[in-house]
Design a binder for this molecule. Structure first.
Ligand SMILES: NC(=O)c1ccc[n+]([C@@H]2O[C@H](COP(=O)([O-])OP(=O)(O)OC[C@H]3O[C@@H](n4cnc5c(N)ncnc54)[C@H](O)[C@@H]3O)[C@@H](O)[C@H]2O)c1
Length: 368
């Protein structure tokens, strides 16, 4: 079982292949017909699970395979790890005709993409995402980055991969909490773009166990990738509608920053962020009570947080959101849902309005 979508970006177009037991070797060969030297970038958690099998498939296609194994975690999405990749490339005498392979979740994918964008002024790379979040979101669209101690993803580039190869079987080893985090982004796609997809998610009986049902999982990953591809094709560098993909993220980044990055997983913060964006939309008359309840129900069904942490006050959100890199000219721009299946960017939301919404949400525990 294998399905291919195409991201249509003229000379930067590439396939997204979704399936089980993917033949990484031949698929990478199709994506990189001229390449001999490959650097696989992965981490210490993923390497023992998938590196050997992946390397064997690549060697069988005639690739000369090198590897760099980084420490695991967002805390290592740093200039030091980036330098470790550069050092490995230089020590292996690789040049502009080599390519990089990102075997892992969004952290590995973002760092590898940035390394590919900058090594020898740009070499090819392929994404082999192994988390649900990376499959539905971070591996597609060409946003690459590393963190700076003063903020997340502040150093990066728009740089598209040559292919995205999502083997759903790799999700069998993903911890349940990481699966839930990926579902945060999945719900986002339904809310911002596709009401039917949202309804389909609502009808799945055990959302917290979707990895067991590969056909369902494939359908979910395919729809999310198709939506992301559609949005990115229209607005590759986030001048317009790509901002919709940030639905829930302004609140999410504030939660992550306040709690300390890594306390909540990104997708967990997105889950509550979607709920807060919906609460604000409800208060503005952009969403009905019933639609809000549906979002609340789906976020809870995916075992994502539905409460603002006790210690975090409305002003803490505002302070953190003011530091977000998406603030333009001092104005915090909010992506808010218009019912379910559509959204819009608003630049007219005053801090007082947001504080009042957050205070009401806290007081009623997000319930109506
Ligand atoms: N580029 C983009 O458009 C974009 C979009 C969303 C998020 N991101 C970035 O993605 C990152 C988050 O990605 P993530 O949620 O994949 O986190 P992650 O890469 O840290 O992976 C989560 C955890 O799962 C482990 N893991 C990965 N695959 C596994 C597997 N198959 N089996 C067992 N364990 C596995 C990892 O080692 C890690 O411990 C953040 O840095 C965020 O900024 C980027």
């Amino acid at each position: 079982m294998q399905h291919t979508l195409q991201v249509e970006l003229k000379e930067r177009s590439y396939p997204i292949v979704i399936g089980q037991d993917l033949s990484y070797g031949s698929l990478v060969r199709q994506a990189l017909p001229q390449v001999q030297e490959l650097m696989v970038v992965t981490n210490a958690t993923i390497a023992p699970l998938y590196l050997e099998k992946c390397t064997a498939m690549l060697k069988a296609e005639g690739f000369h395979v090198h590897q760099v194994i980084l420490p695991d975690g967002e805390a290592y999405k740093t200039v030091d790890s980036y330098m470790q990749i550069m050092t490995a490339l230089i020590e292996a005498n690789l040049a502009r005709d080599c390519a990089l392979l990102a075997l892992g979740g969004g952290v590995i994918g973002d760092m590898t993409g940035f390394a590919a964008a900058t090594f020898n002024r740009g070499v090819a790379y392929v994404q082999l995402p192994t988390t649900l979040l990376a499959m539905v979101d971070s591996s597609v669209g060409g946003k690459t980055a590393i963190n700076h101690p003063l903020g997340k993803n502040l150093i990066g580039a728009f740089y598209q991969p040559k292919a995205v190869l999502a083997d759903l079987n790799t999700l069998d080893t993903l911890p349940p909490r990481e699966v839930s985090a990926g579902m945060g982004e999945v719900i986002k796609y339904g809310m911002l773009y596709d009401a039917d997809f949202f309804t389909k998610l609502e009808h799945i009986p055990h959302l917290d166990a979707i990895c067991a049902d590969k056909a369902l999982l494939a359908a979910i990953v395919e729809r999310c990738c198709a939506i992301k591809a559609e949005v990115v094709v229209q607005d590759e560098r986030e001048g317009g509608i790509r901002a919709w993909l940030n639905l829930g993220h302004t609140f999410a980044h504030a939660l992550e920053a306040f709690l300390g990055f890594g306390t909540w997983l990104h997708g967990e913060a997105v889950g509550l962020g979607l709920l807060l964006a919906s609460y604000l939309a409800l208060q503005r008359g952009l969403m009905t009570e019933d639609e809000y309840q549906r979002v609340h129900h789906l976020v809870a069904a995916c075992r994502l947080p539905t409460q603002i942490p006790e210690a975090m006050q409305p002003q803490d959100f505002i302070a953190a959101m003011r530091h977000d890199k998406k603030v333009k000219g001092g104005v915090i721009r909010y992506v808010l849902p218009l019912g379910i299946g559509r959204c819009q960017v608003f630049a007219d939301v005053a801090d007082d309005e947001v504080c009042a919404m957050l205070a009401a949400f806290k007081a009623h525990k997000g319930l109506r």
